[in-house]
Design a binder for this molecule. Sequence first.
Ligand SMILES: [Fe+2]
Length: 422
Amino acid sequence: MTLLQRFSLYSFIVMVALAAILGSIISYGLMAHLLEVYKNDTARFLQSEGEENIQPEALRAPITDDLRYTAVGKALHVVQETMPFYRLNIYNRQGIIIWSTDRALIGRREDHDKEGFDRAVAGATSVYLKKKTAEQGADAFEMFVPLRDSNGAVYGVIEMYESLAQIEEIIRAAQVRAWAVIVLTFLILYAIFYKIVADASRLIQRQHRELEEARHARYTEIIEALVSAIDAKDEYTRGHSTRVAAVAVHIGRAMGLSEEELETLHYGALLHDVGKIGIPDAVLGKPGRLTPEEMDTMRSHPAIGMRIFQRLKSMPEEVLQTIGAHHERPDGRGYPSGGWDGVHLFARIVSVADAYDAMRSDRPYRKALTREEALAEIRRCTGAQFDPEVVRALLSVIDEVEFEVYGGRALASHSSGNGMHW
Ligand SMILES: [Fe+2]
């Protein structure tokens, strides 16, 4: 996951969490507020309708005869229409049920050692939230409302059970709308936020890329300058470093190296002979065989090359190893160490590429070998001088190598030459 993806995911989680918290708070607050408003309105309405329609004298005795019972029921009809109650009792001050939706209760003293009844007798309205029961199918309000005469004296109490199914539906609808607004708001916020971060991230990436490219360009320039310095030492080997690098990259690709590894290999191959800068021209450009002393001088070029770059901290270790070990051999007859086990793959690749290009190029002491001659020599020395795996890779891409590196060049035919010290 990229940094931007991680950031987007985490910020999305935070946004969702915030939206959920805010939504819950608003949803709960909305419900509490609507219930409170509804409760107060209901109680006030019940009280005013009750006081208007049920006179003090009506509550002197239980209302049992049909006519009066129906009359009270009709008076309460307007209440029933506004807030569909499912049980309603009217008490006198003494707690006797004077009228009830349940006629069997009339004349009885209900169990009204209830706080609500006592408070109503004292003049206060109480509303209790009753949890859903089978009877009403939804949460309900049980309210005790005092009935007061024109002097303010309490002459009766109405106890009403009202189902909250209707108001709950209204609350739910309000909550759904609130949730929709919150979710939408957060989505828009997140989209804006994401765009800002994504734009900033792209800008940073572009700047980083440009910096990288600039650094890379400087690096390449320095290496090119060094390669020109190597070439300037010996006109016969002009272009050698560049061709070795091209051949090495072909081999490296055939061996499955990554693009990053190929780039390092390319640098290593370009610079493999950088130590030749420190070899006297008399030795480097000498036609014919070198004396043993001159050979020793010549063989010091990997060490000189390493010394040149050792202090350069930005130089990849693989490049140093390539410079230092490109003349090592599997049979231990290479130099400078004569070892093979620790020799880096890039050095093994450059060793083959170096030899192949040396044979395919004119030298002061011989003409260039043909492709077949050079390959025959490479094959002959495989295992002793060259890593078999690297040779196998070269053979697998030899057509490309020839076409792209040596293509179009008029190559002179065979000349036996007098020793090779590539
Ligand atoms: Fe070399």
